[in-house]
Ligand binder design. Sequence first.
Ligand SMILES: [Zn+2]
Length: 261
Amino acid sequence: MNCAEARPLLDACLDGELDLVHDVAVEQHLETCVACRARRDRTIAMTTLLRARVPRPPAPTALRERVQAAIRAEMPTDDAVATKIVPMRTRPPAMPWIAVAAGIAVLLGFAFALLPTQSQSEGLAPLFADALNSHRRAIIAGPLVAVASSDRHTVKPWLAARLDFSPPVLDLAAAGFPLVGGRLDYVGQRPVAALVYQRRDHRIEVFVSPAEGESTPAWSARDGFRMSHWTHSGMRFVAISDLSEPEIREFVERLRAGEAS
Ligand SMILES: [Zn+2]
């Protein structure tokens, strides 16, 4: 793949929208091409900046009223139909369209309530793509763990000695997710602690790095992997696994419950 072929695919690659063949081809090109890598990094920086700086205000009342007015403006058609069918005096009261408008307004309210989560997930696409690539590389090429231990008192100091932060390391063996070990990785344009847990023959990886803010898990799925991102107590967590959805959700909840205490 050359630059002319790679560049139109860069955004889709970051958004996790490419099939595996194209994804691998773009990644391979990026590994050898400084110019395209710079272009990708600028896009990631821009996305990160926009996500951090652009405010996400709630839907204003005026907008809701405009939507309701627009709905009312559309109603004469129905009224006209009603007039043709039903004589004026027996025309039903205007309640139905108010109910319809109210229903739509409620739906719009839900849609706007969901917006932050959706845009959050969209903004996280580059990070999720990066995490998935790192996870796959580690599984295919190894080593998945550089410090192999189920003892968090071994894994945590090993990581802390090699990073400029000390990641929280939990042992979730009692919950059925034993710790396997950890390694260093580079995800989201910074060194991260990679913690590896296990359930049966499935691996669960958690990338941990410092980050501001508090957020509940945002989810994404791609190529049979499920990924979750959340921030808590000055740390960003990205969990990734090919576990079933209920199991990876249980893992994330156990981890969040443990790290919260
Ligand atoms: Zn190139």
